[in-house]
Design a protein around this ligand. Structure first.
Ligand code: ZN
Length: 171
């Protein structure tokens, strides 16, 4: 198992390349996720919580080269559910959501997990590019060959209610 502190250190290197300044406590509290699958460099994410209020969530997500955040939805709830905008700050992000399957996508889901990835319409996000998903919209994403640093701006986030297509995922 990769040392979480090592993953955190490598994430900070990428965040520095994006010229984004974090406070020391934000780095210390960075979530190091393997989604319960035990292969953090394949399926995982390093997430800093920038804003977490009853109305708004801002996250800074760092992905290592080829690292994938697995397909999930933010379910609609009585407040309307979580609307999320994904914006690339650095690197390249391959983002998949609803729509016509892209004939020749730039990448594919992690080996052995393809059945739990149903969204096949690809967006290629470079720095400054962004896509907004309505609540209840399945999506997943993977970093390009240099990794990626990505903003997630959303309405209030209750991460534990996220529903992953892969039922083995633990959030
Ligand atoms: Zn999401």
């Amino acid at each position: 198992m990769t040392d979480p502190d090592e993953l955190r250190r490598r994430a900070v290197e990428l965040i520095n390349k994006a010229a984004i300044v974090l406070r020391r406590n934000e780095v210390a509290e960075m979530e190091i996720l393997d989604f319960g699958l035990g292969r953090p460099e394949v399926t995982g994410a390093q997430i800093v919580h920038i804003v977490d209020t009853d109305r708004l969530a801002v996250r800074l997500i760092t992905l290592f080269p080829g690292q994938t955040e697995p397909e999930h939805i933010h379910p609609p709830d009585e407040s309307g559910g979580k609307e999320e905008t994904i914006r690339c700050a650095w690197g390249t992000l391959y983002l998949f959501g609803p729509g016509e399957p892209t004939p020749h996508p730039s990448t594919k889901p992690p080996a052995g997990e393809t059945s739990t990835y149903t969204m096949k319409h690809e967006y290629i996000l470079k720095p400054g590019d962004q896509v907004t998903f309505a609540p209840g919209t399945a999506h997943w994403f993977q970093a390009g060959s240099e990794g990626a640093v990505v903003w997630s701006f959303s309405t209030r986030a209750d991460d534990v209610s996220d529903i992953f297509t892969d039922t083995k995922v633990v959030r």
